[in-house]
Design a protein around this ligand. Structure first.
Ligand SMILES: CC(C)(COP(=O)(O)OP(=O)(O)OC[C@H]1O[C@@H](n2cnc3c(N)ncnc32)[C@H](O)[C@@H]1OP(=O)(O)O)[C@@H](O)C(=O)NCCC(=O)NCCS
Length: 268
């Protein structure tokens, strides 16, 4: 059965191609996937030519774990190949993210007006749409429905719902990304944080994010996490720092092929 994809049509096409591509390359540790695109898992070992091929095949995709002193080289090479280049700071667990997440959960609570819902195999279409809706409200791309339901990747997808109105006001996720034989296999993707503007500043994203971390650890053993944040997204950077997730050593670049992909970017 065809999956359900979210976002503008060219973004949906990337995610659709990525899912098909991953079904072919999933045994190769050089590739990573958490539902958006098949990425070059590790720039140092993956090879630049493979990165270019992944962009040509999907229309857009990132390479991870690029040392920041190689950023200029990567950006210039992507532009010379005729692609657009979108830089993210690669924010990673430097210390004890799990302990910080547990401290956040014991120190704060969401308040009695919100319920937390975890997506899973029995989630309704409406709940998947609600998660996707609040993510996209913040410019954040959700993965396809099959990933949200946990069919294809180990993952935790949480959303906070206002009891009074039934409205979903915030979301967060943590998802398996790397092949078990990759040297990065102990890291999972974490993020997809988005809170509706009128609900911001109540620590909802921090609490949901901490809960996604602790739950993925309890269910699947991941205790280290990575995420991509734009340098200018100070709010997100500050939130990550509270979980001991810090930028500085690494970046990632999404390469985009203008012939196939015209949206300004895949995700915030
Ligand atoms: C980033 C975002 C998810 C934060 O949601 P939120 O529920 O308001 O965040 P919280 O209240 O849990 O914030 C927790 C901490 O993060 C930091 N933070 C969050 N928003 C911030 C802002 N605008 N400026 C500075 N720090 C901020 C603060 O340290 C805050 O702790 P404090 O309240 O003790 O100062 C929300 O602003 C959003 O949806 N933005 C658009 C989508 C986005 O950028 N997602 C991240 C993509 S990488």
């Amino acid at each position: 059965m065809e999956d359900k994809y979210f976002g503008p049509s060219d973004v949906q096409l990337v995610a659709r191609r990525a899912k098909a591509l991953f079904s072919i390359v999933k045994s190769d540790p050089e590739f990573a996937w958490y539902g958006r695109y098949v990425a070059l898992a590790d720039f140092d070992t993956g090879g630049f030519e493979t990165f270019l091929s992944l962009i040509r095949l999907q229309g857009a995709c990132p390479a991870y774990w690029i040392a920041v002193d190689k950023a200029d080289y990567v950006e210039t090479a992507l532009l010379n190949a005729g692609f657009r280049a979108d830089r993210f700071e690669y924010v990673i667990s430097e210390g004890d993210t799990l302990r910080r997440a547990r401290e956040i959960l014991s120190g704060y609570d969401l308040g009695g007006d919100l319920d937390v819902i975890r997506l899973g195999p029995d989630s309704s279409e409406q709940d998947l749409e609600r998660f996707a809706g609040v993510a996209m409200d913040g410019g954040v791309l959700p993965p396809p429905a099959s990933v949200l339901r946990g069919d294809t990747r180990k993952g935790v997808f949480l959303m906070a719902k206002d009891r009074a109105s039934g409205r979903v006001v915030s979301c967060a996720a943590a998802i398996e990304n790397f092949h078990p034989k990759s040297r990065r296999a102990d890291h999972a993707f974490w993020g997809m944080l988005s809170t509706l503007p009128e609900w911001r500043g109540r620590k909802i994203a921090l609490i949901l994010g901490a809960r996604a971390i602790v739950t993925l650890f309890e269910d699947h053993g991941f205790s280290k996490f990575t995420t991509g944040v734009r340098a200018e997204n100070g709010g997100s950077m500050a939130l990550c720092a509270k979980l001991d997730m810090l930028p500085g050593k690494w970046c990632s670049y999404v390469g985009m092929d203008p012939a196939q992909f015209t949206s300004a970017r895949v995700t915030k």
